[in-house]
Design a protein around this ligand. Sequence first.
Ligand code: GLC
Length: 746
Amino acid sequence: MTAAPRRADGNPVRVGELSLDQRISLLSGGSFWGTRSIPEHGVPSVTLTDGPHGVRHQRQGEDNLGIFDSEPATCFPPAVAVGSSWNRDVARRMGQAIAEEAKALGVGVVLGPGVNIKRTPLNGRNFEYFSEDPYLTGVLAAEQAAAQESAGVGASVKHFALNNQETERMRISADVDERTMREIYLPAFERVVTTAKPATIMCSYNAINGIPAAENTWLLTDLLRREWGYEGVVVSDWGAVQDRVTSLRAGLDLEMPGGRDSSPELAAAVADGRLEQSVIDASASRVLELSAYHGATGSPVDHDRQHALSRTLALECPVLLKNDGSTLPLRAGQRIAVIGELAENPRYQGGGSSRIVPTHLDIPVERIRHGATDLGMTVEYAAGYSLEASHDAATLANDAVETARRADVAVVFAGLRESDESEGFDRTTLTLPDDQIALIRSVAAAAPRTAVVLFNGGIVSLEEWHDDVDAILEAWLLGQGGGAAIADLLLGVVSPSGRLAETIPLRLEDTPSYLTHPGEQGHTRYGEGVMVGYRYYTAVDHPVRYPFGHGLSYSRFTASDITVERSADDDTALTVEVLITNAGGRAASHVVQLYVSTAAGPVRRPRRELKGFVKIALTAGETRRVRLPLERRSFAYWDSTHDSWVVAPGEYRIEIAENADRVIQSTTITLVGDALPTRLTIDSTVQEWIEHPIYGQMLFPTQEGAEPSDLTMIASMPLRQFLNFPGVPLSPRDIDHILAADPVSG
Ligand code: GLC
């Protein structure tokens, strides 16, 4: 990050030195990708551009969305892959590498990471997000954003907030209760904002409970600034601003893109008193600070080195879902049939604003051939299907089946096409294209063994062919180096170590958002509440094809000796220790997953929630002691009646698990928790009054011989209504007197 613009005398330019018109001019973009400059004060234009998994920079001119003619840059693994890596180093190293390329291109802010939670597997943009879990999302995104910021390039955590679908994204209202927002949809933003301190945060297109995010004072000021202490710039998603005066007053500092200059509107609003100048000054001051990201020049990029890094990072991401009979890795001397056009024409990123023009592109079948030579393998390739509509489909399929028949192992590359998923629209099905399903099944009927490699940004259903094949490697979209990474994993150079960051359900109908996505008449109601993804399936014991956290290895790991080290002065600050052993015959990496499980508190809690993880590489036979911290928020729920995070008194089970369904080590602790003042009102229920330590007996002395059922009838009745019943010896005035004297409720 270079220094903020400075005056001739070397002092930084202050907003007070600018005229009102100059301050207002800073609040709208000066071009499609740049902030407005003020040359007479040495204020430069700062370039903001996409992200998140590479630098999509346009040099000359700008098309409407700038999607197809950007400068070549390294296309790193999109977030769906990074999320499946469960590896902080992958996110950090990617942030560093992206910053290096941004500086070389004169880009000050890279628009990413995207942290929206995968509420529905149908979201066309899920390839650009990390997980269905907010903790995994937040930890990885914060690593990437912090790495960018440390290298002097701004990040822009997005899309703030509740942009969990593409359908009608610019006008749909996400209708969500606050506990669900706090526990599921906001924590990743909170972690990035409070730990990585990104230069900007991008507000989303959609509305939240009827109020556009771009005009949402609770979101952009009360929560973001006053509660989280954010001091950076709130930038609109491109074209998200509807009413500029309202959005500025709500806390939206910078309207992008440039073009529709809102300066006259803002100047008029100040002139006629609808907008305080202090609001202008505060936002202009923050945008002025953004200038510090201008002009960080980096050394020329070594694109070969960056490409090698993209391969290394991609290796961490694929998830080995199934591997019957140790079909994988492929073995020396085998005859391999590589089938599927995706092996020759791979998908490696998603469609829309994140599309990068890659500097290189590894072709899977070429990399497999390259690696197989040294292993004495023979490799035959057959396209099997055409990604574009093709009139010789039958020939392609028949040739592929014959190729498979001649092999020891057939490896079918399948997945979603460009037209199946993208920013801008949602999917309507989870299944693979019909021609690919048919091909998988016919190849599996012909070959002695069959493995399937999947290239897809959103999860796909496996049901139509899962039992026909021996192995499945979910490779997601891996960036430009993915072809080489897949070859190394198939050939056993490296063991797969990815874990699912999103549940693979048996049916779309089983997903918790099935009945409410994509919404109707302008509203999507998040009726499942906090029960998103594995939180839902484990809460209702619903079977899934593969659970959150699942992933196989070419080796085998065991866990033992879980212990919990507790702090003397805070019973929620503790460290979980466990021994992990690589009990298999080869080096491999393993993800230690730490969950907290409790039923404590007045709200329904998920069966378990991810609250810690670490990925470790162990040699064959090696044992390592792993330590994972837990803190107050690891145990807390959001209490909507007290508007705060609360640790409920009670038992908490600390679990080391292989995935959300399989706990392998656990121990239970008891937490004193928070003593919540019982704030009674005349509308509290009879039960709540009865449970009060003082007023319970006073108002409702235990009646000898009274049947519990007597109370059940009235327990949930608000006291106000109960007082209306004849024979109740209390009046509302009595209650008012009691409450007025009460230190908590009064
Ligand atoms: C797009 C995307 C956003 C992107 C921006 C600029 O509509 O929603 O993620 O950064 O516009 O391309």
